[in-house]
Design a protein around this ligand. Structure first.
Ligand code: HEM
Ligand code: HEM
Length: 125
């Protein structure tokens, strides 16, 4: 695994470790108020980043494009902004809401960019 594929795989494992640690904390403390952060860290973080990693591993043509690097950084920055922001928002810090809103839109834009990169690649292959 190389380049953007390896970056996504590393990001996926970091999300899994953080998300599961939060899940354990929720279970032990019996306080599930951070459940949306745990759920999104696991599925939108760990699972989606792993799918991106294996996609770019299977299609080196897509991996070597500059747009793939843009896709990685937009996904990473907006995803982390979304999850960290949501953690503080659910913790009672309402002022952080614009960060969560902007990050959500960035995360959606990253998915649109992935559609733009991935669909032509799979249809041409
Ligand atoms: C150390 C392992 C884990 C622990 C201790 C843990 C713990 C929890 C807890 C306490 C909840 C809240 C349940 C509720 O309030 O109804 C939850 C929800 C959730 N977890 Fe985990 N979890 C773990 C691993 C995972 C993994 C590996 C995934 C996915 C890959 C995952 C995905 C989810 C999702 C999607 C929800 C939300 C479910 C819903 O909408 O009701 N969790 N987890
Ligand atoms: C633009 C990014 C996203 C936004 C703004 C968003 C927003 C939301 C909202 C508002 C809920 C309801 C939470 C609640 O009722 O407490 C939710 C639930 C959920 N979303 Fe997302 N979502 C996003 C991306 C995703 C992605 C990409 C996945 C999966 C790959 C996902 C999986 C889930 C799951 C499993 C739940 C149920 C667990 C929960 O209630 O927290 N979401 N999402």
């Amino acid at each position: 695994m190389q380049g953007v594929a390896r970056n996504f795989f590393t990001l996926a494992v970091v999300y899994a470790l953080c998300g599961m640690a939060l899940g354990l904390h929720m279970s032990i403390s019996q306080d599930h108020s951070q459940m949306p952060v745990h759920a999104h860290t696991m599925v939108a973080g760990w699972l989606m980043s792993a799918v991106f990693a294996f996609f770019y591993h299977l299609f080196p043509v897509a991996r070597d494009k500059t747009l793939a690097k843009v896709h990685f950084w937009l996904t990473a920055v907006s995803g982390i902004g979304l999850l960290v922001g949501l953690f503080f928002l659910l913790g009672g810090n309402a002022a952080i809401e614009p960060v969560v809103a902007m990050s959500s839109m960035g995360f959606y834009a990253a998915m649109l960019l992935f559609a733009f990169i991935a669909l032509p690649t799979v249809w041409k292959s």
